[in-house]
Design a protein around this ligand. Structure first.
Ligand SMILES: Cc1cc2nc3c(=O)[nH]c(=O)nc-3n(C[C@H](O)[C@H](O)[C@H](O)COP(=O)(O)O)c2cc1C
Length: 401
């Protein structure tokens, strides 16, 4: 996990990614201090790449009123501040995930009722076909070709702003039932025009958006695509189609495929378990990734460093994204290094944190034992000594630090 990785033109210090996680904490789409601290602390925590949450390309493309956007100058400026912090204070790279909520928009903050319509102030939602995400949800308006062009141009404008803000990588969110994902799935796309029907037709709009964004995103900065590799539902996208979807994006110049699953239809029946999405990443890596030189990112209930190491060594993925684990422990990568006794370039402690670079003694098990008389008696190695960079690690020196 501490081997460097080259993702297109981008050099990552290790194989760990902070998975995109919506914080539902923006005001008018503007990321604030909360996002600076959230993403900043994850960057200080040692992951090679930190991803933003899904950043929305328009006000009506937001999932909730708390989602961030990249459609005005104030948002761009706030993102620039976050990117500058990450670049200035850590060795991490930072990627932006761009998306449009589609038929899953205009809903409540996660902790107020995920995917439930707002109690008031709803905006109109849109999609490939007039099918609501769930019973009681808004019926989306079916987009016509002019509107598809408008939304494509919003993705392009957001990508241009992301270039100016200094992001290292751009991920197109084509998963989880949001707008681009809902074009891919036959369960949500029932169109009879050139954007619906065969897989090639369902891919047409997401690929048009990808191509338009790729054209303005600098060639030396990679683009990845997040896909739902199965809808976990009869008649939906399955792994065979997912391989073809990955192939299409690879042929259009994606540097990486980020392999998630589901959340496309509310009647899905997912099979959860440890590393449960990895078989899909494995299949895509070994059928598409190696052939096209495209990196494959595994994600989903990967939580221990043993899982990450085994999965990488077995050739099932090139990179691992961890989401909730990073909410539990923003310094997960640094802690994984400490616990494995790793001290190389793949996990660098920020200098102000270097004094903490070893796992603290566990209560009642490790020495020195919590008995004050040891210190009073001046037993060697228990006296308090201030830690200094480069100072020799004498026996028991840890006890007084
Ligand atoms: C609070 C929260 C917000 C999330 N928001 C996003 C998001 O904005 N975009 C996205 O692609 N996935 C999102 N996800 C999914 C995660 O990126 C990840 O795929 C999922 O949590 C599984 O990984 P994990 O088991 O390591 O958490 C979110 C997950 C959580 C827990």
């Amino acid at each position: 996990m501490f081997q460097p990785f080259r993702l297109g033109g981008l050099e990552l210090a290790n194989r760990v990614i902070v998975s995109p996680m919506d914080m539902y904490s923006a005001r008018d789409g503007v990321p604030g201090d909360f996002h600076l601290v959230h993403l900043g602390s994850k960057a200080l925590g040692g992951a090679g790449l930190v991803m933003t949450e899904m950043v929305c390309v328009s006000p009506s493309g937001r999932i909730t009123p708390g989602c961030t956007g990249m459609y005005n100058a104030e948002q761009e400026e706030s993102w620039r501040r976050i990117v500058s912090f990450v670049h200035g204070q850590s060795g991490a790279k930072i990627g932006i995930q761009l998306g449009h909520s589609g038929r899953k928009g205009s809903t409540r903050l996660m902790w107020e009722g995920m995917d439930d319509p707002l109690p008031e102030g709803n905006w109109e939602v849109c999609g490939p076909s007039p099918l609501p995400y769930k019973a009681g949800g808004q019926v989306p308006r079916s987009l016509d070709e002019a509107e598809l062009c408008t939304i494509r141009d919003q993705f392009v404008a957001a990508a241009e702003a992301a270039v100016r803000a200094g992001f290292d990588l751009l991920e197109l969110h084509c998963a989880h039932g949001y707008l681009l994902s809902s074009f891919l799935s036959p369960l949500t796309n029932r169109r009879t025009d050139r954007y619906g029907g065969s897989l090639a037709a369902r891919l047409r709009y997401p690929l048009e958006v990808f191509d338009a964004v790729r054209a303005v995103w600098p060639q030396d900065r990679p683009m990845t695509v997040r896909v739902s590799a199965t809808d976990w539902c009869e008649g939906g996208v399955g792994v065979e189609e997912a391989v073809e979807i990955a192939r299409a994006f690879a042929e259009h110049g994606a540097a990486g495929i980020d392999v998630s699953t589901g959340q496309v239809v509310s009647e899905e029946q997912p099979a959860f378990g440890r590393s449960y999405q990895t078989p899909f990443a494995d299949r895509i890596r070994n059928e598409i990734g190696r052939k096209y030189g495209v990196a494959v990112i595994a994600v989903g209930a990967i939580s221990s460093y043993d899982d990450v190491n085994s999965l990488l060594l077995a050739g099932r993925a090139d990179l691992c994204a961890l989401g909730r684990t990073h909410l539990y422990d923003p310094q997960w990568t640094l802690h994984a290094a400490a616990e494995q006794g790793y001290a190389g370039q793949g996990a660098t402690w920020p200098m102000p944190f270097a004094a903490g670079n070893r796992r603290p003694q566990g209560g009642r098990t490790d020495g020195p034992r919590p008995r004050l008389e040891l210190i009073r008696a001046g037993v060697p190695g228990t006296a308090h000594a201030r830690w200094r960079p480069g100072a020799a690690d004498g026996p028991g020196a840890g006890g007084g630090r």
